[in-house]
Design a protein around this ligand. Structure first.
Ligand SMILES: [Zn+2]
Length: 354
């Protein structure tokens, strides 16, 4: 993984917040680091308030913004001192936490701050970068993931067990960081979630992210888990357009809207869909919540929509009762379909989703 830092480009982004915008965009450009809206970044800046008093503010990515295209307006300024006081509470339900974040912004028109805001506030570094890097998650989500991460990074990162993002995660990070961080610390790995890097300036924090993720890539390469041989598969013998149209029609009925369905019959997709163990390996679930936004939890294998919908409803019923707040089931239609003839199919309500 290469740093995309460019001195001339960087010079166009003035000030601490400008530099924050620039390297956030660099992270967003690499789809192996974050996808559509995933990941978040922050910078701590001291600024005068309207009374002329200096105030420490945490500028953190606002929800609804994509790192790749973020602008200064996409960062929400919150009062850092108040965030640090919040972090000392023994508990704070997430809806209440969001209320505290929104009511302690210093610009009323700013977007809702990231759910990971208190976590960013707690980390004692000017710049904090957070991604859901594929290479890191591939390792944490593998058997003995934690031991592998410690083998790769040693003392350079603090390791945090999985906790759903929100106040509880921030509390846990505060606890573990207090005992495990040292002067060598460059980042933090959240098992089954992602990675953080820190720095005194935007470039340092960004390039540490690149360096840390590169070490995960090198580890995968050394275990023959990076480059895979490209499989071969013969394309279908006759045109499939009527079958694809029929599938699109029945998916639309289940979705409750006219679906756009795209198919790709590249050899790698056909070969994957044709594997005898496709049912097992394609149904492990997505690596991060970034993916699930568009793909649903698992793809449909083959064309049995009713079976997929029945399983989706059963999955929802089994887990909805455990959620903290009442949940509404989405339509049960698949978003990704793997088929021995169609290859890889993507389904969406519009071209962008597809
Ligand atoms: Zn995250």
């Amino acid at each position: 993984m290469q740093s995309l830092w460019n001195d001339q480009e960087a010079a166009q982004y003035a000030g601490d917040l400008g530099q924050r915008v620039y390297t956030s965009r660099l992270l967003g450009r690499d789809k192996t680091l974050v996808l559509h809206g995933g990941g978040n970044t922050s910078v701590k800046i001291t600024e005068p308030n309207i009374l002329g008093e200096d105030e420490q503010r945490l500028y953190v990515k606002g929800s609804g913004w994509d790192l790749e295209f973020i602008e200064a307006a996409g960062f929400s300024p919150v009062q850092l001192a108040y965030m640090l006081k919040l972090a000392k509470l023994s508990s704070l339900p997430d809806p209440q936490m969001v209320n505290e974040l929104v009511t302690h912004m210093t610009r009323a028109s700013a977007p809702t701050p990231s759910v990971e805001t208190i976590l960013h506030a707690l980390l004692p570094y000017k710049y904090v970068d957070h991604t859901h890097a594929d290479a890191v998650i591939a390792i944490t989500n593998t058997a003995n993931g934690e031991a592998r991460i410690r083998e790769i990074y040693g003392q350079d990162v603090v390791v945090i067990p999985y906790v759903m993002p929100g106040f509880d995660l921030a509390r846990l990070v505060a606890q573990i960081f207090a005992t495990d961080a040292n002067e060598k610390t460059q980042g933090m790995v959240l098992l089954n979630h992602g990675i953080f890097s820190f720095g005194d300036n935007a470039r340092e924090s960004y390039e540490r992210m690149i360096a840390l993720v590169s070490r995960a890539e090198a580890y995968l390469a050394s275990h023959q888990a990076w480059q895979l041989a490209t499989p071969t598969a013969a394309p279908p013998e006759s045109p499939l357009r009527n079958d694809i149209a029929a599938l699109r029609q029945s998916v639309s009925a289940m979705l409750g809207a006219p679906a756009i369905l795209a198919t790709d019959q590249a050899a790698k997709y056909l070969a994957f869909a044709q594997r005898s163990d496709a049912t097992v390996i394609a149904r492990q679930g997505p690596a991060t919540p970034d993916h699930v936004i568009r793909t649903k939890r698992i793809p449909m294998l083959g064309r049995d929509l009713e079976h997929y919908a029945t399983q989706y409803r059963a999955y929802f019923d089994a887990h909805a009762s455990m959620a903290k707040e009442p949940k509404t089931m989405l339509d049960p239609a698949p978003r990704v379909i793997l088929d021995a003839e169609f290859g890889l199919c993507a389904v969406g309500r519009n071209a962008k989703d597809t």
